[in-house]
Design a protein around this ligand. Structure first.
Ligand SMILES: [Zn+2]
Length: 131
């Protein structure tokens, strides 16, 4: 395990943009190691710098963001489709799950990475001690 240093200057690791963490799914400390192990699972630790990522606590934040954002978009889309095209009910039943699942993952992945990055930035001690 590599020590962070924990000094006021941030140790040997230069600050990593939260946008890089969120959009590229990179480690919040080194910015190089992959954050995810699979689709939405955060790795136990960074393979590059060794940051313990088990202590992250993104909680339900990414899911809530996806629910609010996609709920508004998809309900609006469903209403627009219904009122302009009047398709049979099975079209809604087939279309919206196919549209919503990839969009939910596309929203939740960067949201989860951003929350892990923000937690590292603002609660670094908790994350490094595993509390
Ligand atoms: Zn790292």
């Amino acid at each position: 395990m590599v020590a962070d240093g924990g000094s006021a200057s941030g140790g040997p690791w230069p600050p990593v943009s939260i946008w890089r963490v969120a959009l590229a799914g990179r480690c919040p400390r080194c910015g190089r190691g992959p954050l995810f192990d699979g689709l939405l699972s955060v790795r136990p630790s960074c393979p590059v710098c060794g940051l313990d990522l088990k202590a992250h606590d993104a909680g339900d934040g990414p899911a809530v963001l996806a629910i609010f954002l996609l709920g508004a978009l998809l309900v609006g889309g469903a209403m627009w489709l219904e009122f302009t095209r009047e398709p049979p009910l099975w079209v809604h039943a087939v279309l919206w799950p196919v549209v919503s699942l990839p969009l939910a993952i596309a929203v939740m992945r960067p949201a989860k990475a951003a929350l892990v990055g923000l937690q590292y930035r603002h609660r670094r001690d908790e994350m490094q001690s595993g509390r």
